[in-house]
Write a protein that binds this ligand. Structure first.
Ligand code: AMP
Length: 558
Protein backbone atom coordinates (compact mmCIF):
# COMPACT_ATOMS: atom_id res chain seq x y z
CA UNK A 1 0.00 0.00 0.00
CA UNK A 2 1.42 3.39 -0.94
CA UNK A 3 1.60 6.20 1.58
CA UNK A 4 -1.36 8.54 1.95
CA UNK A 5 -0.44 12.17 1.41
CA UNK A 6 -2.34 15.14 2.81
CA UNK A 7 -3.22 17.87 0.30
CA UNK A 8 -4.50 21.36 1.06
CA UNK A 9 -6.04 22.28 -2.30
CA UNK A 10 -6.30 26.03 -1.79
CA UNK A 11 -8.00 28.84 -3.68
CA UNK A 12 -4.65 30.62 -4.09
CA UNK A 13 -2.00 28.15 -2.93
CA UNK A 14 -1.82 24.40 -2.43
CA UNK A 15 0.41 22.42 -0.13
CA UNK A 16 1.25 18.75 0.43
CA UNK A 17 2.41 16.99 3.57
CA UNK A 18 3.17 13.48 4.75
CA UNK A 19 4.05 11.78 8.04
CA UNK A 20 7.79 11.22 8.46
CA UNK A 21 9.32 8.04 9.91
CA UNK A 22 8.78 9.36 13.43
CA UNK A 23 5.09 9.95 12.75
CA UNK A 24 5.51 13.74 12.61
CA UNK A 25 3.75 15.53 9.72
CA UNK A 26 6.07 17.43 7.38
CA UNK A 27 5.25 19.57 4.38
CA UNK A 28 7.12 18.64 1.22
CA UNK A 29 9.07 21.19 -0.80
CA UNK A 30 9.59 21.64 -4.51
CA UNK A 31 13.19 21.48 -5.74
CA UNK A 32 13.40 25.31 -5.37
CA UNK A 33 12.48 25.00 -1.68
CA UNK A 34 8.93 26.38 -2.03
CA UNK A 35 6.49 24.58 0.25
CA UNK A 36 3.35 25.93 -1.37
CA UNK A 37 2.34 25.73 -5.04
CA UNK A 38 0.19 28.55 -6.42
CA UNK A 39 -3.11 27.01 -7.60
CA UNK A 40 -2.68 28.53 -11.05
CA UNK A 41 -2.78 26.70 -14.40
CA UNK A 42 -1.79 28.25 -17.71
CA UNK A 43 -2.27 26.94 -21.26
CA UNK A 44 -0.03 28.07 -24.12
CA UNK A 45 -1.67 28.59 -27.56
CA UNK A 46 -0.40 25.05 -28.35
CA UNK A 47 -2.10 23.78 -25.18
CA UNK A 48 1.14 23.22 -23.34
CA UNK A 49 0.21 23.30 -19.64
CA UNK A 50 2.13 25.08 -16.88
CA UNK A 51 1.19 24.92 -13.18
CA UNK A 52 2.24 26.90 -10.08
CA UNK A 53 4.48 29.98 -9.89
CA UNK A 54 5.36 29.86 -13.59
CA UNK A 55 1.68 29.79 -14.49
CA UNK A 56 1.03 32.70 -12.13
CA UNK A 57 3.72 34.77 -13.81
CA UNK A 58 2.17 34.02 -17.22
CA UNK A 59 -1.06 35.65 -16.11
CA UNK A 60 0.29 39.00 -17.36
CA UNK A 61 1.14 37.90 -20.88
CA UNK A 62 -1.52 35.21 -21.26
CA UNK A 63 -4.46 36.32 -19.08
CA UNK A 64 -7.26 34.63 -21.00
CA UNK A 65 -5.67 31.17 -20.75
CA UNK A 66 -4.32 31.39 -17.19
CA UNK A 67 -6.79 30.15 -14.62
CA UNK A 68 -6.78 30.77 -10.89
CA UNK A 69 -9.45 30.28 -8.25
CA UNK A 70 -10.80 27.02 -9.79
CA UNK A 71 -11.88 26.19 -6.25
CA UNK A 72 -14.46 28.98 -6.52
CA UNK A 73 -16.03 27.16 -9.50
CA UNK A 74 -15.72 23.49 -8.65
CA UNK A 75 -19.12 21.83 -8.24
CA UNK A 76 -20.89 25.20 -8.72
CA UNK A 77 -23.56 26.45 -11.10
CA UNK A 78 -22.62 29.36 -13.34
CA UNK A 79 -25.55 31.45 -12.15
CA UNK A 80 -24.62 31.30 -8.43
CA UNK A 81 -24.11 34.84 -7.12
CA UNK A 82 -20.48 34.55 -6.15
CA UNK A 83 -19.65 32.71 -9.39
CA UNK A 84 -21.15 35.62 -11.40
CA UNK A 85 -19.11 37.99 -9.25
CA UNK A 86 -15.93 36.01 -9.94
CA UNK A 87 -16.77 35.78 -13.66
CA UNK A 88 -16.96 39.58 -13.90
CA UNK A 89 -13.57 39.88 -12.24
CA UNK A 90 -11.61 37.03 -13.85
CA UNK A 91 -9.66 37.77 -17.03
CA UNK A 92 -10.45 34.28 -18.37
CA UNK A 93 -13.90 33.27 -19.61
CA UNK A 94 -16.26 31.43 -17.33
CA UNK A 95 -18.97 29.63 -19.31
CA UNK A 96 -21.94 27.40 -18.64
CA UNK A 97 -21.56 23.65 -19.26
CA UNK A 98 -24.64 21.94 -20.73
CA UNK A 99 -25.83 21.12 -17.19
CA UNK A 100 -25.37 24.73 -16.04
CA UNK A 101 -22.11 24.07 -14.19
CA UNK A 102 -19.44 26.78 -14.18
CA UNK A 103 -16.58 25.86 -16.53
CA UNK A 104 -13.79 27.88 -18.11
CA UNK A 105 -13.10 28.33 -21.82
CA UNK A 106 -9.46 27.97 -22.75
CA UNK A 107 -8.22 28.45 -26.31
CA UNK A 108 -11.82 28.02 -27.48
CA UNK A 109 -12.29 24.72 -25.62
CA UNK A 110 -14.49 24.20 -22.54
CA UNK A 111 -12.61 22.86 -19.52
CA UNK A 112 -14.23 21.79 -16.24
CA UNK A 113 -12.85 23.20 -12.97
CA UNK A 114 -12.36 19.57 -11.95
CA UNK A 115 -9.76 19.28 -14.73
CA UNK A 116 -8.11 22.56 -13.72
CA UNK A 117 -7.94 21.40 -10.10
CA UNK A 118 -6.61 18.04 -11.31
CA UNK A 119 -3.63 19.83 -12.89
CA UNK A 120 -2.84 21.42 -9.51
CA UNK A 121 -3.32 18.09 -7.71
CA UNK A 122 -1.07 16.36 -10.22
CA UNK A 123 1.60 19.01 -9.62
CA UNK A 124 1.52 18.59 -5.84
CA UNK A 125 1.42 14.82 -6.25
CA UNK A 126 4.63 15.14 -8.27
CA UNK A 127 6.18 17.30 -5.52
CA UNK A 128 5.40 14.45 -3.11
CA UNK A 129 6.69 11.72 -5.43
CA UNK A 130 9.94 13.58 -6.09
CA UNK A 131 10.47 14.30 -2.40
CA UNK A 132 9.62 10.76 -1.27
CA UNK A 133 11.17 8.95 -4.22
CA UNK A 134 8.18 6.62 -4.55
CA UNK A 135 4.87 6.61 -6.41
CA UNK A 136 1.91 8.20 -4.65
CA UNK A 137 -1.64 7.12 -5.44
CA UNK A 138 -3.66 7.91 -2.31
CA UNK A 139 -4.51 11.24 -0.74
CA UNK A 140 -6.62 13.06 1.76
CA UNK A 141 -7.80 16.33 0.27
CA UNK A 142 -9.15 19.17 2.38
CA UNK A 143 -12.13 21.40 1.56
CA UNK A 144 -13.83 24.29 3.39
CA UNK A 145 -16.35 23.10 5.97
CA UNK A 146 -19.17 24.85 4.10
CA UNK A 147 -18.54 22.96 0.82
CA UNK A 148 -21.76 21.21 -0.18
CA UNK A 149 -22.01 17.65 -1.44
CA UNK A 150 -21.54 18.62 -5.07
CA UNK A 151 -18.37 20.60 -4.31
CA UNK A 152 -16.99 17.70 -2.26
CA UNK A 153 -17.78 15.15 -4.97
CA UNK A 154 -16.30 17.42 -7.65
CA UNK A 155 -13.09 17.65 -5.56
CA UNK A 156 -12.98 13.84 -5.39
CA UNK A 157 -13.43 13.72 -9.16
CA UNK A 158 -10.51 16.14 -9.58
CA UNK A 159 -8.44 13.70 -7.51
CA UNK A 160 -9.46 10.76 -9.72
CA UNK A 161 -8.54 12.71 -12.85
CA UNK A 162 -5.12 13.40 -11.27
CA UNK A 163 -4.66 9.67 -10.67
CA UNK A 164 -5.28 9.91 -6.96
CA UNK A 165 -7.59 7.78 -4.90
CA UNK A 166 -9.07 10.39 -2.54
CA UNK A 167 -9.49 8.22 0.53
CA UNK A 168 -11.15 11.00 2.51
CA UNK A 169 -12.33 14.55 2.06
CA UNK A 170 -11.47 16.42 5.25
CA UNK A 171 -12.77 19.76 6.47
CA UNK A 172 -10.04 22.39 6.49
CA UNK A 173 -10.74 23.64 10.04
CA UNK A 174 -10.64 20.06 11.30
CA UNK A 175 -7.29 19.58 9.59
CA UNK A 176 -5.99 22.78 11.19
CA UNK A 177 -7.21 21.67 14.61
CA UNK A 178 -5.50 18.28 14.16
CA UNK A 179 -2.24 20.01 13.23
CA UNK A 180 -2.46 22.14 16.35
CA UNK A 181 -2.86 18.89 18.31
CA UNK A 182 -6.36 19.74 19.53
CA UNK A 183 -7.27 16.02 19.49
CA UNK A 184 -4.58 15.23 22.07
CA UNK A 185 -6.09 17.41 24.76
CA UNK A 186 -8.00 15.00 26.97
CA UNK A 187 -9.85 17.28 29.31
CA UNK A 188 -13.47 17.05 28.20
CA UNK A 189 -15.21 19.12 25.59
CA UNK A 190 -13.40 22.20 24.34
CA UNK A 191 -14.69 24.76 21.89
CA UNK A 192 -12.27 26.21 19.40
CA UNK A 193 -12.49 28.74 16.59
CA UNK A 194 -10.49 28.36 13.39
CA UNK A 195 -9.94 31.76 11.80
CA UNK A 196 -8.75 31.28 8.20
CA UNK A 197 -7.81 34.32 6.11
CA UNK A 198 -6.04 33.18 2.95
CA UNK A 199 -5.26 34.86 -0.35
CA UNK A 200 -8.82 35.02 -1.65
CA UNK A 201 -11.24 33.86 1.02
CA UNK A 202 -12.08 34.27 4.67
CA UNK A 203 -13.56 31.34 6.61
CA UNK A 204 -14.49 31.13 10.25
CA UNK A 205 -15.37 27.77 11.81
CA UNK A 206 -16.41 26.97 15.33
CA UNK A 207 -15.76 23.43 16.44
CA UNK A 208 -15.94 21.29 19.51
CA UNK A 209 -13.31 18.69 20.35
CA UNK A 210 -14.32 16.09 22.86
CA UNK A 211 -11.88 13.26 23.63
CA UNK A 212 -10.64 13.19 20.07
CA UNK A 213 -14.05 13.68 18.49
CA UNK A 214 -14.36 16.76 16.29
CA UNK A 215 -17.63 18.40 15.49
CA UNK A 216 -18.13 21.47 13.31
CA UNK A 217 -20.66 23.64 15.17
CA UNK A 218 -20.97 26.49 12.71
CA UNK A 219 -19.21 27.98 9.73
CA UNK A 220 -19.23 31.40 8.13
CA UNK A 221 -17.00 33.78 6.27
CA UNK A 222 -16.68 36.01 3.24
CA UNK A 223 -15.72 34.33 -0.02
CA UNK A 224 -14.74 37.69 -1.53
CA UNK A 225 -12.22 38.73 1.12
CA UNK A 226 -8.56 37.75 1.27
CA UNK A 227 -4.94 38.87 1.24
CA UNK A 228 -5.13 39.76 -2.45
CA UNK A 229 -7.56 42.55 -1.55
CA UNK A 230 -4.86 44.07 0.64
CA UNK A 231 -2.35 43.85 -2.23
CA UNK A 232 -4.88 45.44 -4.62
CA UNK A 233 -5.49 48.38 -2.28
CA UNK A 234 -1.77 49.18 -2.11
CA UNK A 235 -1.45 48.71 -5.86
CA UNK A 236 -4.37 51.04 -6.64
CA UNK A 237 -2.86 53.70 -4.38
CA UNK A 238 0.51 53.53 -6.16
CA UNK A 239 -1.09 53.50 -9.63
CA UNK A 240 -2.94 56.72 -8.69
CA UNK A 241 0.20 58.34 -7.28
CA UNK A 242 2.24 57.48 -10.39
CA UNK A 243 -0.52 58.94 -12.56
CA UNK A 244 -0.63 62.15 -10.49
CA UNK A 245 3.14 62.52 -10.57
CA UNK A 246 4.02 61.37 -14.11
CA UNK A 247 0.66 61.35 -15.99
CA UNK A 248 1.32 57.71 -16.89
CA UNK A 249 -1.42 55.09 -16.55
CA UNK A 250 0.32 51.92 -15.39
CA UNK A 251 -2.85 49.85 -15.78
CA UNK A 252 -2.19 49.79 -19.53
CA UNK A 253 1.33 48.37 -19.09
CA UNK A 254 1.02 44.67 -18.14
CA UNK A 255 4.68 44.15 -17.28
CA UNK A 256 4.72 47.18 -14.95
CA UNK A 257 1.49 45.99 -13.30
CA UNK A 258 2.91 42.52 -12.77
CA UNK A 259 6.09 43.86 -11.13
CA UNK A 260 4.11 46.29 -9.03
CA UNK A 261 1.66 43.61 -7.87
CA UNK A 262 4.52 41.39 -6.73
CA UNK A 263 6.25 44.35 -5.01
CA UNK A 264 3.04 45.29 -3.18
CA UNK A 265 2.55 41.75 -1.88
CA UNK A 266 6.19 41.56 -0.78
CA UNK A 267 5.93 44.94 0.96
CA UNK A 268 2.81 43.74 2.78
CA UNK A 269 4.59 40.57 3.90
CA UNK A 270 7.60 42.61 5.08
CA UNK A 271 5.31 44.96 7.01
CA UNK A 272 3.76 42.12 8.94
CA UNK A 273 7.09 42.02 10.80
CA UNK A 274 8.44 45.59 10.37
CA UNK A 275 6.64 48.90 10.69
CA UNK A 276 8.17 50.49 7.59
CA UNK A 277 9.57 49.27 4.27
CA UNK A 278 10.61 50.63 0.88
CA UNK A 279 9.27 49.69 -2.54
CA UNK A 280 11.91 50.20 -5.22
CA UNK A 281 11.23 49.45 -8.87
CA UNK A 282 13.84 50.63 -11.32
CA UNK A 283 12.65 51.24 -14.90
CA UNK A 284 9.02 50.64 -13.99
CA UNK A 285 7.81 52.43 -17.14
CA UNK A 286 8.65 55.44 -19.25
CA UNK A 287 7.27 58.87 -18.48
CA UNK A 288 5.57 61.10 -21.08
CA UNK A 289 8.96 62.22 -22.43
CA UNK A 290 10.28 58.68 -22.72
CA UNK A 291 12.52 58.95 -19.65
CA UNK A 292 12.52 55.91 -17.31
CA UNK A 293 10.49 56.05 -14.11
CA UNK A 294 12.61 54.70 -11.26
CA UNK A 295 9.90 54.25 -8.69
CA UNK A 296 10.65 54.43 -4.99
CA UNK A 297 8.35 54.88 -2.03
CA UNK A 298 8.33 54.09 1.67
CA UNK A 299 5.29 52.34 3.03
CA UNK A 300 4.26 51.85 6.64
CA UNK A 301 2.02 49.32 8.33
CA UNK A 302 -0.23 52.13 9.54
CA UNK A 303 -0.70 53.34 5.98
CA UNK A 304 -1.78 49.87 4.83
CA UNK A 305 -4.20 49.69 7.75
CA UNK A 306 -5.64 53.05 6.71
CA UNK A 307 -6.05 51.89 3.07
CA UNK A 308 -7.77 48.68 4.18
CA UNK A 309 -9.91 49.87 7.10
CA UNK A 310 -13.13 48.59 5.49
CA UNK A 311 -11.54 45.19 4.74
CA UNK A 312 -10.52 44.82 8.37
CA UNK A 313 -14.05 45.76 9.46
CA UNK A 314 -15.52 42.95 7.32
CA UNK A 315 -13.83 40.34 9.52
CA UNK A 316 -16.14 40.85 12.47
CA UNK A 317 -19.69 40.18 11.23
CA UNK A 318 -19.09 36.59 9.97
CA UNK A 319 -17.56 35.69 13.35
CA UNK A 320 -20.55 37.12 15.21
CA UNK A 321 -22.96 35.26 12.94
CA UNK A 322 -21.12 31.95 13.40
CA UNK A 323 -21.22 32.45 17.16
CA UNK A 324 -24.94 33.12 17.05
CA UNK A 325 -25.53 30.12 14.71
CA UNK A 326 -23.73 27.90 17.21
CA UNK A 327 -25.57 29.50 20.15
CA UNK A 328 -22.27 30.49 21.71
CA UNK A 329 -20.82 33.57 23.39
CA UNK A 330 -17.31 34.67 22.43
CA UNK A 331 -16.21 33.96 26.01
CA UNK A 332 -17.01 30.25 25.53
CA UNK A 333 -14.32 29.90 22.85
CA UNK A 334 -11.31 28.38 24.55
CA UNK A 335 -8.80 28.61 21.74
CA UNK A 336 -8.55 30.49 18.44
CA UNK A 337 -6.36 28.94 15.74
CA UNK A 338 -4.96 31.02 12.90
CA UNK A 339 -4.88 29.63 9.37
CA UNK A 340 -3.96 31.35 6.08
CA UNK A 341 -0.99 33.57 5.28
CA UNK A 342 -2.89 36.82 5.86
CA UNK A 343 -3.35 35.99 9.55
CA UNK A 344 0.32 36.95 9.95
CA UNK A 345 -0.82 40.57 9.67
CA UNK A 346 -0.65 42.07 13.19
CA UNK A 347 -3.85 44.13 12.84
CA UNK A 348 -5.76 41.01 11.76
CA UNK A 349 -4.48 39.27 14.88
CA UNK A 350 -5.51 42.25 17.01
CA UNK A 351 -9.02 42.11 15.54
CA UNK A 352 -9.24 38.37 16.25
CA UNK A 353 -8.23 39.08 19.82
CA UNK A 354 -10.88 41.80 20.12
CA UNK A 355 -13.65 39.59 18.70
CA UNK A 356 -12.91 36.51 20.78
CA UNK A 357 -11.44 38.21 23.84
CA UNK A 358 -8.29 36.08 23.79
CA UNK A 359 -4.95 35.95 22.02
CA UNK A 360 -4.98 33.55 19.08
CA UNK A 361 -2.58 30.58 19.05
CA UNK A 362 0.31 31.07 16.67
CA UNK A 363 2.24 27.85 17.15
CA UNK A 364 1.95 26.62 13.57
CA UNK A 365 2.82 28.01 10.16
CA UNK A 366 -0.54 29.29 8.86
CA UNK A 367 0.29 28.48 5.21
CA UNK A 368 1.04 24.85 5.94
CA UNK A 369 -1.15 23.96 8.88
CA UNK A 370 -4.05 22.52 6.83
CA UNK A 371 -1.81 20.19 4.80
CA UNK A 372 -0.02 19.15 8.00
CA UNK A 373 -3.37 18.28 9.58
CA UNK A 374 -4.39 16.28 6.51
CA UNK A 375 -1.15 14.28 6.79
CA UNK A 376 -1.86 13.79 10.49
CA UNK A 377 -5.26 12.41 9.60
CA UNK A 378 -3.68 10.11 7.02
CA UNK A 379 -1.64 8.73 9.89
CA UNK A 380 -4.77 8.26 11.99
CA UNK A 381 -6.44 6.34 9.13
CA UNK A 382 -3.38 4.18 8.64
CA UNK A 383 -3.24 3.53 12.38
CA UNK A 384 0.14 5.31 12.65
CA UNK A 385 -1.04 8.19 14.81
CA UNK A 386 -3.35 8.72 17.77
CA UNK A 387 -7.02 8.05 17.35
CA UNK A 388 -9.50 10.77 16.54
CA UNK A 389 -12.97 10.56 15.13
CA UNK A 390 -14.59 13.22 13.01
CA UNK A 391 -18.23 14.04 12.92
CA UNK A 392 -19.76 15.68 9.90
CA UNK A 393 -22.58 18.17 9.79
CA UNK A 394 -24.82 19.44 6.98
CA UNK A 395 -23.12 22.60 5.72
CA UNK A 396 -26.35 24.22 4.43
CA UNK A 397 -30.06 24.19 5.18
CA UNK A 398 -31.96 21.45 3.36
CA UNK A 399 -35.56 22.32 2.72
CA UNK A 400 -38.55 21.88 0.46
CA UNK A 401 -40.64 23.89 -1.93
CA UNK A 402 -44.12 22.58 -2.54
CA UNK A 403 -45.90 24.15 -5.52
CA UNK A 404 -45.41 27.92 -5.35
CA UNK A 405 -44.78 27.92 -1.62
CA UNK A 406 -41.69 29.48 -0.08
CA UNK A 407 -38.62 27.47 0.89
CA UNK A 408 -39.22 25.71 4.22
CA UNK A 409 -36.21 24.37 6.09
CA UNK A 410 -36.51 20.68 7.01
CA UNK A 411 -32.91 19.91 8.05
CA UNK A 412 -31.21 23.05 9.42
CA UNK A 413 -27.57 23.69 8.52
CA UNK A 414 -25.00 22.33 10.95
CA UNK A 415 -27.20 19.31 11.83
CA UNK A 416 -25.00 16.41 12.82
CA UNK A 417 -25.02 13.44 10.41
CA UNK A 418 -26.82 11.09 10.22
CA UNK A 419 -30.00 13.09 10.61
CA UNK A 420 -33.72 12.39 10.06
CA UNK A 421 -36.43 15.04 9.92
CA UNK A 422 -40.23 14.87 9.43
CA UNK A 423 -42.65 17.44 8.15
CA UNK A 424 -46.40 17.35 7.59
CA UNK A 425 -48.25 19.41 5.04
CA UNK A 426 -51.67 19.49 3.44
CA UNK A 427 -53.07 19.91 -0.08
CA UNK A 428 -53.87 23.47 -1.11
CA UNK A 429 -56.68 22.90 -3.62
CA UNK A 430 -59.82 20.82 -3.83
CA UNK A 431 -59.48 17.32 -5.29
CA UNK A 432 -55.78 17.85 -5.86
CA UNK A 433 -54.51 14.74 -7.65
CA UNK A 434 -50.78 15.06 -7.12
CA UNK A 435 -48.16 17.03 -5.24
CA UNK A 436 -44.60 17.87 -6.33
CA UNK A 437 -42.08 18.31 -3.55
CA UNK A 438 -38.79 19.89 -4.56
CA UNK A 439 -35.72 19.49 -2.37
CA UNK A 440 -33.34 22.40 -2.19
CA UNK A 441 -30.12 23.23 -0.49
CA UNK A 442 -30.01 26.85 0.65
CA UNK A 443 -29.47 29.22 3.50
CA UNK A 444 -32.42 30.71 5.30
CA UNK A 445 -31.48 34.08 6.75
CA UNK A 446 -32.65 35.48 10.06
CA UNK A 447 -35.43 37.50 8.42
CA UNK A 448 -36.84 34.25 6.99
CA UNK A 449 -35.87 35.01 3.37
CA UNK A 450 -34.11 32.07 1.78
CA UNK A 451 -31.20 32.06 -0.58
CA UNK A 452 -31.68 28.90 -2.61
CA UNK A 453 -28.41 27.41 -3.74
CA UNK A 454 -29.13 24.18 -5.53
CA UNK A 455 -32.09 21.97 -6.41
CA UNK A 456 -31.22 18.51 -5.17
CA UNK A 457 -34.15 16.60 -6.64
CA UNK A 458 -37.89 16.14 -6.36
CA UNK A 459 -40.55 13.62 -5.38
CA UNK A 460 -43.96 13.48 -7.04
CA UNK A 461 -46.75 11.80 -5.10
CA UNK A 462 -49.76 11.18 -7.35
CA UNK A 463 -53.15 9.44 -7.13
CA UNK A 464 -53.98 11.46 -4.02
CA UNK A 465 -57.46 10.68 -2.61
CA UNK A 466 -60.15 13.24 -3.38
CA UNK A 467 -60.97 15.78 -0.72
CA UNK A 468 -61.28 19.46 0.02
CA UNK A 469 -58.24 21.72 0.17
CA UNK A 470 -56.27 21.01 3.32
CA UNK A 471 -57.99 17.67 4.01
CA UNK A 472 -55.36 15.46 2.39
CA UNK A 473 -52.20 15.33 4.45
CA UNK A 474 -48.75 14.24 3.35
CA UNK A 475 -45.87 13.33 5.64
CA UNK A 476 -42.37 13.96 4.39
CA UNK A 477 -39.37 12.19 5.90
CA UNK A 478 -35.88 13.38 4.95
CA UNK A 479 -32.76 11.49 6.04
CA UNK A 480 -29.14 12.32 5.35
CA UNK A 481 -26.66 9.54 6.14
CA UNK A 482 -22.97 9.87 7.09
CA UNK A 483 -21.97 9.72 3.41
CA UNK A 484 -24.29 12.72 2.77
CA UNK A 485 -26.70 10.53 0.80
CA UNK A 486 -30.15 12.02 1.03
CA UNK A 487 -33.35 9.93 1.08
CA UNK A 488 -36.77 11.45 0.88
CA UNK A 489 -40.11 9.72 1.33
CA UNK A 490 -43.50 11.39 0.92
CA UNK A 491 -46.50 9.45 2.30
CA UNK A 492 -50.20 10.29 2.09
CA UNK A 493 -51.49 9.56 5.56
CA UNK A 494 -55.00 8.24 4.75
CA UNK A 495 -54.08 5.67 2.06
CA UNK A 496 -50.44 5.11 3.03
CA UNK A 497 -49.47 5.66 -0.61
CA UNK A 498 -45.86 6.77 -0.80
CA UNK A 499 -43.13 7.88 -3.19
CA UNK A 500 -39.45 8.16 -2.45
CA UNK A 501 -36.17 9.18 -3.97
CA UNK A 502 -32.51 8.75 -3.03
CA UNK A 503 -30.13 11.52 -3.98
CA UNK A 504 -26.41 10.85 -4.09
CA UNK A 505 -23.96 13.75 -4.20
CA UNK A 506 -22.87 14.61 -7.73
CA UNK A 507 -19.96 16.88 -8.57
CA UNK A 508 -21.40 17.77 -11.97
CA UNK A 509 -19.35 15.31 -14.00
CA UNK A 510 -20.84 11.87 -14.52
CA UNK A 511 -18.70 8.81 -13.78
CA UNK A 512 -18.49 8.29 -17.55
CA UNK A 513 -17.14 11.82 -18.04
CA UNK A 514 -14.50 11.35 -15.33
CA UNK A 515 -13.38 8.10 -16.96
CA UNK A 516 -13.29 9.81 -20.37
CA UNK A 517 -11.15 12.66 -19.05
CA UNK A 518 -8.72 10.15 -17.48
CA UNK A 519 -8.55 8.21 -20.78
CA UNK A 520 -8.02 11.41 -22.75
CA UNK A 521 -5.31 12.46 -20.33
CA UNK A 522 -3.61 9.08 -20.84
CA UNK A 523 -3.76 9.57 -24.62
CA UNK A 524 -2.25 13.05 -24.24
CA UNK A 525 0.54 11.75 -22.02
CA UNK A 526 1.17 8.94 -24.46
CA UNK A 527 1.25 11.43 -27.31
CA UNK A 528 3.67 13.66 -25.40
CA UNK A 529 5.88 10.68 -24.61
CA UNK A 530 5.93 9.47 -28.21
CA UNK A 531 6.54 13.03 -29.37
CA UNK A 532 9.37 13.32 -26.86
CA UNK A 533 10.99 10.17 -28.16
CA UNK A 534 10.55 11.37 -31.76
CA UNK A 535 11.60 14.97 -31.21
CA UNK A 536 14.30 14.37 -28.64
CA UNK A 537 12.96 16.46 -25.81
CA UNK A 538 10.62 19.14 -27.12
CA UNK A 539 7.40 18.96 -25.16
CA UNK A 540 4.21 19.60 -27.05
CA UNK A 541 0.77 18.51 -25.97
CA UNK A 542 -1.57 17.57 -28.80
CA UNK A 543 -4.74 19.60 -29.20
CA UNK A 544 -7.36 18.30 -26.84
CA UNK A 545 -10.62 17.09 -28.22
CA UNK A 546 -13.59 17.38 -25.93
CA UNK A 547 -16.11 14.67 -25.23
CA UNK A 548 -18.78 17.07 -24.05
CA UNK A 549 -20.89 19.40 -26.11
CA UNK A 550 -20.13 23.10 -26.35
CA UNK A 551 -21.36 25.05 -23.36
CA UNK A 552 -23.91 27.82 -23.49
CA UNK A 553 -23.02 31.42 -24.04
CA UNK A 554 -20.51 32.84 -21.62
CA UNK A 555 -21.56 35.19 -18.90
CA UNK A 556 -21.50 38.84 -19.86
CA UNK A 557 -18.28 40.58 -18.98
CA UNK A 558 -18.14 43.81 -17.06
P1 AMP B 1 -2.79 31.21 1.76
O1 AMP B 1 -3.96 31.20 0.86
O2 AMP B 1 -3.02 30.69 3.10
O3 AMP B 1 -1.55 30.64 1.12
O4 AMP B 1 -2.47 32.77 2.03
C1 AMP B 1 -1.93 33.54 1.04
C2 AMP B 1 -2.10 35.00 1.44
O5 AMP B 1 -1.36 35.25 2.61
C3 AMP B 1 -1.56 35.91 0.36
O6 AMP B 1 -2.42 37.02 0.18
C4 AMP B 1 -0.24 36.36 0.96
O7 AMP B 1 0.14 37.65 0.49
C5 AMP B 1 -0.57 36.40 2.42
N1 AMP B 1 0.64 36.34 3.24
C6 AMP B 1 1.59 35.40 3.24
N2 AMP B 1 2.56 35.71 4.12
C7 AMP B 1 2.20 36.90 4.69
C8 AMP B 1 2.79 37.75 5.65
N3 AMP B 1 3.96 37.48 6.22
N4 AMP B 1 2.12 38.89 5.98
C9 AMP B 1 0.95 39.19 5.43
N5 AMP B 1 0.34 38.41 4.50
C10 AMP B 1 0.96 37.29 4.13
Amino acid sequence: MSRIIGIDLGTTNSCVAVLDEKGVPQTLAQPDGERTTPSWVSWSPQNQITVGSRARRQAVTNPSATVYGAKRLIGRKVNADDVSWFARLAPFRIVAAPNGDAWVRINGQPVSPQEVAAHVLRAVRKVAEDALGEPVTRAIVTVPAYFDDAQRQATRDAGSIAGLDVVRILNEPTAAALAYGAHRVREGRRIIAVFDLGGGTFDISLMSVDNGIFEVLATGGDSALGGEDWDRRILERIVDEVFDQYRVDLTGIPMAMSRLREACENAKKALSAASETTIQLAFLANDQHGAPINYERTLTRDQIDAYTKDLLERLEAPCKRALSDAGLEAAQIEEVLLVGGMTRWPTVQAIVERIFGRKPSKGANPDEVVALGAAQYAGILAGEADDAALLDVTPHDIGIKVGDSAFAVVVPRNSMLPVRARRLFATTSENQTFVTIELWQGDASEDGAAQLKRKLGQVILDDLPTGSAGSVRVELVVTVDVESILSVTARELRTGREASVTIRPSGGLSQREVVEIIARRRRETHSVLSHLSEAGGAVRVTTREHALSEPDDPLPKK
